[in-house]
Design a protein around this ligand. Structure first.
Ligand code: AHM
Ligand code: MG
Length: 338
């Protein structure tokens, strides 16, 4: 008789965080509690995304967010769930969300020491078609003596204490990394209601012939951007094979695939959007931290290290290239550093 092998020593996100906390003598447990609130928001967003079509949450909500994009009903719900989770954690002093024009402060929590930036549902143009979307987050510690201001978030990615994302796909996949740490991936087990460590110590392959970019923007690209992507499609050596193209249009899904398979994801700044499209605080910097800690690289369109870019205001945008170490080296070789 075949007996199913059952793993009875499962590493849940809760266990993982508890074990991480034990490694740091100075840890108070506040960060762990903040992460518990985070994971609850991921679980609830995942739940509502699954139920969306059935309970009529698709379509437009009739309001516009800060940058004039149409807001979806689920965008509003995702944002509300996230804000409520951060408020009730008691550990978050200030929160910046893509869906909120101004930073949100929680002065009622005097001892809160963290500042959080998030895009609650990134890639929402894909929602109605049931294509993967995700939540992206970055966590900073408040400056010494601060009780929580916008400036606590207007910091370079190098100062992030943790960052990551959850992709709502065939299953919910949570990827998290901490400063100077490894990258770990968890899969939501719906029956257990827990994120289970399924991808410990993730490393991005050193190179891979896959590129991910919205080619519909190529009319607006700078010459060096065009030259770089053309080099992938029309290799110089006769024996060279062209790269494969994969573009979902959900940063989290495109980045997650790139992390697992290798290759490059880019949203370059161009003549139409000289500052780029994606936002530094809750899209570019957290992804850059994940990719660097997994052995890859992340640059802006000026070929500066994305992690060192300091945003001037909370919704600032940037061009971005992220991916395998060698693929980013290739990007550099086509661009003059500005
Ligand atoms: P959103 O935050 O409004 O959803 O926009 C961000 C998304 C990213 O997930 C994705 O990489 C990009 O926008 C796709 O943009 P485009 O449709 O211009 O290719
Ligand atoms: Mg977004």
């Amino acid at each position: 008789v075949q007996v199913e092998q059952v793993n009875t020593d499962i590493i849940t996100l809760t266990r993982f965080l508890t074990e991480e906390q034990a490694k740091h003598v100075e840890a108070t447990g506040d960060f762990t509690l903040l992460c518990h609130a985070l994971q609850f928001s991921f679980k609830s967003i995942a739940y509502y995304i699954r139920r969306a079509t059935l309970i009529n949450l698709t379509g437009l909500a009739g309001s516009s967010n800060t940058t004039g994009d149409d807001q979806k009903k689920l965008d509003v719900i995702g944002n509300d769930l996230f804000v409520a989770a951060m408020r009730s954690s008691g550990k978050c002093a200030v929160l910046v969300s893509e869906e909120e024009e101004e930073a949100i402060f929680f002065p009622e929590h005097k001892g809160a020491r963290y500042a959080v930036a998030c895009d609650p549902i990134d890639g929402s143009s894909n929602l109605d078609a049931g294509v993967s979307v995700g939540t992206i987050f970055g966590i900073h510690k408040l400056a010494e003596g601060s009780t929580g201001t916008k400036e606590d978030l207007l910091r370079p990615g190098t100062e992030l204490i943790a960052a990551g994302f959850t992709m709502y796909g065939a299953s919910a996949q949570l990827v998290i990394t901490m400063r100077n740490g490894t990258v770990n991936g968890f899969t939501m087990d719906n029956a257990l209601g827990e994120f289970i460590l399924t991808h410990p110590d993730m490393k991005i392959p050193r190179s891979r012939a896959i590129y991910s970019v919205n080619e519909g923007n190529s009319l607006y690209w700078e010459d060096e951007t065009k030259a770089y992507f053309n080099s992938l499609k029309y290799p110089e050596e006769k024996s060279g094979k062209p790269y494969s193209s994969r573009y979902i249009g959900s940063m989290v899904a495109d980045a997650y695939r790139t992390l697992l398979y290798g290759g490059i994801f880019a949203y370059p700044a161009d003549k139409k959007s000289p500052k780029g499209k994606l936002r530094i605080l809750y899209e570019c910097a957290p992804m850059a931290m994940v990719f660097e800690n997994a052995g890859g690289q992340a640059l802006n369109s000026k070929m500066q290290r994305m992690m060192e870019v300091v945003p001037e205001s909370i919704h600032d945008r940037s061009g971005i290239y992220l991916g395998s170490y060698d693929e980013i080296e290739k990007v550099k070789s086509f661009h003059k550093t500005k």
